[in-house]
Design a binder for this molecule. Structure first.
Ligand SMILES: [Mg+2]
Length: 203
């Protein structure tokens, strides 16, 4: 039985942090998982920028309320869900995702959560599990699903490569090169298991 696993930002909706960078006029917040492979490093840095500017959850939610899904995204999801089971697997947070899920017709989403202080400052975040997209896909495979995944960023590569098939969607040239290198390394080990390939790293 097949299960479709979709990334959210950059695939079905615009990048939330890019929209917030524009709304708040803090251009450095445009950096996303397409630019930074280390999600923890990216999030810690984002939280420090928010603190520096005295911005919290309320300000980000106001921006999110003005974001619409990408053109055709809802129709695509509706059609896909008419003949397949679909789960959105995102590294975003419940506190950000809800208004967007409403606009997409309440699809199933697995994401993470924020730790928010009484004054609205985002003090921390909680990932459901480590390496959440790949771990989730592996768990779904362990209960009998074949997964097909699509996403646009570094953090999607694991679930894309682990599935029955997968697609990079509107990604960057840098990520395409990494995808190509992983394929070459995998094929090299498969066909020439004694080949001494240099250690590969995402960074
Ligand atoms: Mg994305």
């Amino acid at each position: 039985m097949k299960l479709i696993c979709l990334d959210l930002e950059g695939v079905l909706v615009p990048e939330i942090w890019v929209a917030f960078a524009e709304a708040s006029k803090i251009p450095e917040l445009k950096k996303t998982t397409r630019d930074e492979p280390d999600y923890d490093k990216l999030m810690r840095w984002r939280l420090s920028v928010l603190k520096e500017h005295g911005l919290g959850l309320k300000e980000i939610q106001e921006t999110i309320a003005s974001i619409d899904p990408l053109p055709g995204a809802k129709e695509f999801l509706d059609e896909l869900r008419s003949f397949a089971q679909v789960i959105i697997i995102s590294d975003t947070f419940t506190e950000f995702a809800q208004p967007l899920m409403k606009k997409l017709g309440w699809p199933t989403i697995f994401c993470n959560s924020l730790v928010v202080a009484e004054d609205g400052e985002i003090t921390d975040y909680k990932m459901r599990v480590e390496n959440s997209k790949l771990t989730t896909v592996r768990a779904l495979q362990s209960i009998g699903f074949e997964t097909v995944a699509s996403g646009d960023s570094y953090n999607d590569l694991g679930m894309i490569l682990a599935g029955k098939s997968g697609f990079l969607f509107r990604t960057t040239e840098q990520i395409k090169i990494i995808r190509y290198r992983i394929t070459v390394v995998t094929m090299t080990f498969f066909f020439f298991p004694t080949f001494n390939f240099p250690p590969y790293s995402f960074s």
